[in-house]
Design a protein around this ligand. Structure first.
Ligand code: LLP
Length: 421
């Protein structure tokens, strides 16, 4: 569910008409709904009611500080994967003890930043990383709280580029080696083992792969406890998928996911962390663009927009589907036509949709990509020297630009020319 609906024939973000924002900031732009962000965060929080838990929003999905502050004020922790994300989270007011640090390639500088600034735990992904963290912690005279991310070798049944829990993926340590690595961790004075971490992939549309992975984590918890480790926290990662179409078959709801977690792991008495990203931000954001031209090809028609693959890479990168709707509500029963929806970037991959049925739209019309809040703005680039597009946050009947569009001068003036040129 989201808060982007038609009212009086015009698409609104909560109570704000989209054309009003377009007139103020120009197109293309991203717009997020506060109510949808909060609703989705709360669905997870409530799904884990009754067990000690923390929902750590995976801010890689949408990391604007205004979004982080909105979620943090509701009680969310954060899952970060770089010094940049850590700094953003802190700048948005998230306390260090609500931040977990994930990622396979944390540098010693990043470890130091987090240990000095405060951190809930590092999710360690390899023995060399654990040794590096031990060194950094000892040099600071502290011990670093960690979980170890295990790779359960489970098929997440999602797009290959976003599956992370198979043995051939770079993530985590093989679960078969876990006892040895935990034993090694126990010998390191700079390391304080608090639990186990697992994350098997993104945009999962079934509970079964999660359940298989979590059952393995439950078993490992018992084994490690018998070995003498104080396993008191389980970080279960993110990954629950969202409906990208308005089809009848929606992925499982957070409440069903929460019930499965309780069923599989509840008896262990551990504190539970989850790291949802997409489900919180995905349907809380639209990408709004204008139609530049309608162009007739040999055997197809093209709808050329002012947004491109550099603004929203998901269709080009994962063949992802995003619903595209006109901002002006089409009359009921109006005839639709097939278009290839494309951007201005000079490559064929700059195609948002092929042969998509759309109601008539004219040049200048506004269109909205639904479900663009997660992995949209954060994955944008300036390819073709197209400035990053603005982000806007709506709350009830107000909206604010939370990241302005840079001018062309601001963009090109970041280059510096050597004196000898
Ligand atoms: N935790 C870890 C350790 C992760 O690697 C990820 C996502 C998450 C949590 C959040 O997963 P989510 O709840 O959002 O599924 N760019 C891709 C998605 C990449 C996901 C990377 N890791 C896309 O646009 O589909």
């Amino acid at each position: 569910m989201d808060h982007f609906n038609y009212a009086q024939g015009i698409l609104h973000a909560e109570d704000v008409p989209i054309p009003e924002i377009a007139a103020a900031v120009g197109t293309p732009f991203y717009v997020y709904s506060t109510a949808t962000l909060l609703r989705h965060y709360r669905l997870f929080d409530e799904a884990l009611d009754g067990i000690d838990h923390l929902v750590c929003y995976a801010m890689k999905a949408a990391g604007n500080q205004a979004i982080l502050k909105t979620l943090a004020a509701a009680g969310a922790g954060m899952d970060v994967v770089s010094a940049g994300e850590y700094a953003r989270a802190r700048a948005a007011g998230v306390p260090g003890d609500k931040i977990v640090f994930s990622g396979v390639g944390k540098t010693e500088a990043e470890m130091r930043t987090a240990l000095e600034g405060g951190i809930r735990q590092f999710n360690v992904e390899s023995e060399p990383e654990m040794e590096a963290l031990n060194r950094v912690a000892l040099s600071l005279g502290v011990s670093a709280p960690i979980t170890i991310r295990v790779n359960p070798d489970v098929d997440a049944k999602t797009h290959a580029k976003i599956a992370t829990g198979k043995s051939e993926n770079k993530f985590g340590i093989p679960i078969s080696r876990a006892r040895d690595v935990y034993a090694q961790a126990a010998r390191l004075d700079g390391i304080d083992v608090v639990g186990i971490d697992v994350h098997i992939g993104s945009q999962l549309t079934e509970l079964e792969p999660f359940e298989l992975a979590y059952a393995k984590v439950a078993e490992l918890t018992e084994v490690l406890r018998a070995d003498g480790h104080d396993i008191r926290r389980l970080d279960l990662g993110g990954g629950l998928g969202i409906p990208y179409t308005r089809a009848n078959t929606a992925p499982p709801l957070p409440v069903e996911y929460g019930a499965m977690i309780k069923r599989t792991l509840g008896h262990l008495g551990c504190e539970i962390e989850i790291e949802p990203g997409r489900l919180i931000a995905g349907n809380a954001g639209l990408l709004v663009a204008s139609v530049i031209y309608l162009k007739s090809g040999e055997d197809r028609d093209f709808l050329i927009l002012d947004a491109a693959m550099n603004d929203l890479i998901r269709p080009a990168m994962y063949d992802a589907h995003h619903d595209i709707v006109p901002v002006e509500e089409p009359a009921a029963g109006i005839e639709q036509r097939a278009f290839d929806v494309v951007g201005p970037v000079c490559e064929t991959g700059d195609t948002f949709a092929r042969q998509r049925m759309l109601p008539p739209v004219l040049p200048g019309a506004l269109v909205a990509f639904r479900s663009a809040g997660a992995y949209g703005a954060v994955m944008a680039s300036e390819y073709n020297a197209r400035p990053l597009i603005p982000e806007v946050l709506v709350k009830d009947d107000q909206f604010a630009v939370i990241r302005p569009r840079p001018t062309i001068d601001e963009m090109i003036n970041r280059d510096s020319l050597p004196e000898w040129l």
